[in-house]
Design a protein around this ligand. Sequence first.
Ligand code: ARG
Length: 458
Amino acid sequence: MKMWAGRFSKEVDERVNDFNSSISFDARMFQQDIAGSMAHAAMLAAQGIIEKSQGDSIIDGLGEILEDIKTGKLAFDPEAEDIHMFIEAQLTQRIGDTGKRLHTARSRNDQVALDIRLYLREEMEKITGLLLELIRELCEKAKDHLDTIMPGYTHLQRAQPITFAHHLMAYANMFVRDVQRIRDGVKRMNYNPLGSGALAGTTYPIDRQMTAKALGFDGVVANSLDGVSDRDFCIELGAAVSTVMMHLSRFSEEVILWCSWEFKFVELDDGFATGSSIMPQKKNPDITELIRGKTARVYGDLITLLTMMKGLPLAYNKDMQEDKEAVFDAIDTVKLCLTTFIPMLRTMTVLKENMRAAAAKGFINATDCADYLTKKGVPFRDAYKITGALVALCIREGLTLETLPLEEYQRASGVFEKDVYDAISLDACVHCRQSEGGPAPEAVKIQIGKIEEFLTRE
Ligand code: ARG
């Protein structure tokens, strides 16, 4: 019989029971549910709403249930409607009628709003930990590659020379923002919904501040309707982890390109690549492809949450039970991707010579050639035009700006002198880009320093 069976004259249809049930997925919140119930029982006792001995007995019973679930002694009953009902039923089975007092001044609506907040808070801490590990790894790798010259791209066309360290630190900055975004979302979420009741609070003299303190919240949700019907925090954190996935996916796309024979900028460790069942020569970057693919899933979870909420009148509606699978899937996916991506990155070999060889082609020093003229007094637009003509000449003659004879330079502009070759050397091009945030080793060292400072504050 259901706990709410009092008003009903017959048992719920088997199909409805299965359809309605959420225990198959919300069981994973058992620890949060029990922690919330313990805090609630302690508050009820402190406020004299139940007797002190009853509070103690409830808390002890819940402690035993927690132990038994953890040790595998107690299995979840698939017939239970949800984790909240399951634990409450277990409690009453174990401690008798006192167990029935736990749900005084509470509803599953504020209970579930609490559980998912507590769950998200813990999981976001884990995701943040993984992101910090990734950022640390990026800083370490960057330090090894301050002088590793590679082409920087726009439109996937070779554009200007940068270093691999500079490229890696771009990602480090993205992941720092991800950490900040998650922390910010958690801060906004961290208010106690308990005590909202079903929607309209309660007539009992409850102390919401007490449960807030016990459960580590920064305060209480100010309005009881909002307390049970708000899922902004799921959406906000869903968007934050979607952004993490977007960053990981861009990075993955680059690793995929870099692994190809067309680029060959990196070589994955054999432990982090896979083969083909038919083509013996293949070494595939499956991990990064899967991360790119799984990004779609996490975006899907976010869209599920947004769409699920958009037409809901206040306050709680059963539609909101659909939040959990989306939130859980997004969390699981992001953790899985980060856990695999970090060691893949750590073990990847960087093929410096290939990066440099690619940088030597494609006229990526053309801007520096124009800048050379500009520094000698030629207006930039004219310098740009002269250099463009020289590039066209090189293409016709099968030359590069480094191999183009000085006479050709001087035919294009009398300003050119022998020192043009120094000005357009790859090393000079990179080392001279010392502007704040630029690729010169000194400038990248400063970038690494800033991020390491952030890491020590974390
Ligand atoms: N399993 C439900 C959920 O996940 C718990 C809240 C149910 N409340 C209710 N009044 N039916 O949302």
